[in-house]
Design a protein around this ligand. Structure first.
Ligand code: GLY
Ligand code: MN
Ligand code: MN
Length: 420
């Protein structure tokens, strides 16, 4: 088992307690693992199976077809598919959690004669469903000690890749080679797979937020932005680091790097229970706006850069997101039309609580598609020193990203093992 039965029992206990405040006697909650998906036209071939994260979290099982059901009268019951003969032959068996045979699920549900059945793994925008889902998600957002331990272990695994890059990033290497060096080291260190496509950008490509590694060669004087993680059982780390081509940060790189680092450290320091997430974002936005004023790139005050969204020309994304079980973890209550703060759309728009796990990833970028964009120029007209901004186009961008556990003892950087 990936998680101990003690941890799973505790997740069920606290989730039940929370659900009891919103459920009626005759209601049933169900959480499905999901069904393997066959490759189109691929005989006998399925895509790699990812259990629904809600199901994996509450049951501890990664098997398809399973159901965890909750009602006030029966508590949590797991219905699991026994290992089939075919599985024993082709895959050598499987890990099955204790529970009732899946075949009993339909008759159990029928007998309950539930007035309302909420399937948490089938998205809905119906008000009562959203209430149940949010009640469950609130518990799932709070990482327990075993989840934290797993994420810390993943940071160590990712660190093998970042250590490798200390020697392999040199002028002459391509983005693609950097990706391969990182991913090989991380797989050797024990990662099962990758939580997202590794991002590698050098030169102006480092300003592309989700840069796909290309054959582009790193040149002397440039730096490389690598945003890459590690993954075990769909738990992950999401980390970004900067590597100067020749191992030394130039004055130019330092001026942006130190600024982004200052923003990151000040935002990290705010990761304690009770802080409103938008304030964490605005902290980074303000620090970086001041830096851009000092560099002669912004021609407004810090508050104007925030109020007018001017900072979003150089910091166009949110400061982070929930992470842990998948790279975008349960990110907050239903928020179909996220508000913008300082020009960035924040899907997470809530107060931080004990044991939330957040990425903190401010970045400053000189993005051609924004700096040369007619609409951006019209909107921000004389608030930006455009000729000055243009001088940085070949520089690209800098992002620094860590995964921070929110605790009342203070922020706990779970990825601090990766040097920055
Ligand atoms: N790795 C993508 C992100 O930072 O969200
Ligand atoms: Mn990232
Ligand atoms: Mn991220």
């Amino acid at each position: 088992m990936i998680f101990s039965s003690v941890a799973i029992t505790e997740r069920k206990r606290r989730t039940a307690l929370a659900l009891n405040t919103v459920l009626k006697e005759e209601d049933t909650i169900i959480v499905y693992s999901g069904t393997p998906i066959q490759k189109p036209g691929g005989h006998d071939q399925n895509y790699y199976f990812l259990p629904h994260p809600d199901y994996f979290w509450i049951s501890g099982s990664r098997r398809p077809y399973g159901v965890s059901a909750y009602s006030k009268t029966d508590g949590w019951i797991d219905f699991v598919l026994p290992v089939t003969r075919e599985e024993r032959i082709w895959e050598g068996g499987a890990t099955v959690i204790p529970g009732k045979d899946l075949a009993e699920f339909s008759s159990w549900l029928e007998k309950r004669n539930a007035k309302r059945v909420f399937n948490l793994t089938q998205e809905s925008d119906e008000v009562e469903w959203l209430q149940m889902k949010e009640t469950f998600s609130r518990e799932r957002r709070r990482k327990d000690a075993e989840e934290v331990e797993l994420v810390r272990r993943l940071a160590g695994i990712a660190n093998a890749g970042y250590q490798k890059l200390k020697t392999s990033v040199r002028p002459g290497i391509s983005e693609r080679q950097i990706q391969l060096d990182y991913e090989t080291a991380v797989l050797y260190a024990g990662s099962e797979k990758f939580p997202y496509d590794s991002i590698v950008g050098t030169g102006s490509n480092s300003a592309t937020l989700h840069a796909i590694p290309t054959a582009r060669i790193v040149k002397e004087g440039e730096h490389v932005l690598i945003d890459a993680g590690a993954d075990l059982h769909d738990y992950c780390v999401d980390i970004t680091r900067i590597f100067p081509a020749n191992g030394q940060r130039s004055e130019r790189l330092k001026s942006i790097y130190d600024l982004v680092l200052k923003a990151q450290l000040e935002s990290i320091a705010m990761c304690v229970p009770g802080t409103s997430w938008k304030e964490v974002h605005l902290k980074s936005a303000r620090v970086m706006a001041q830096g851009l004023i000092d560099l002669g790139i912004l021609k407004v005050s810090v508050e104007e850069a925030i109020q007018n969204n001017t900072i979003s020309v150089f910091f166009p994304h949110g400061v982070g997101h929930m992470v842990g079980l998948r790279v975008r973890d349960v990110g907050g209550p239903y928020n179909p039309q996220p508000k913008k703060y300082a020009g960035a759309r924040l899907r997470v728009d809530m107060s931080l609580e004990e044991n939330h796990l957040m990425t903190i990833e401010p970045g400053l970028y000189f993005i051609e598609a924004l700096i040369h964009d007619a609409e951006t120029r019209r909107t921000f007209g004389d608030q930006v020193n455009w000729p000055e901004a243009e001088k940085w186009l070949d520089f690209g961008g800098v992002r620094i990203e860590d995964d921070i556990l929110v605790t009342s003892r203070g922020p706990d950087n779970l990825t601090s093992v990766v040097e920055k």
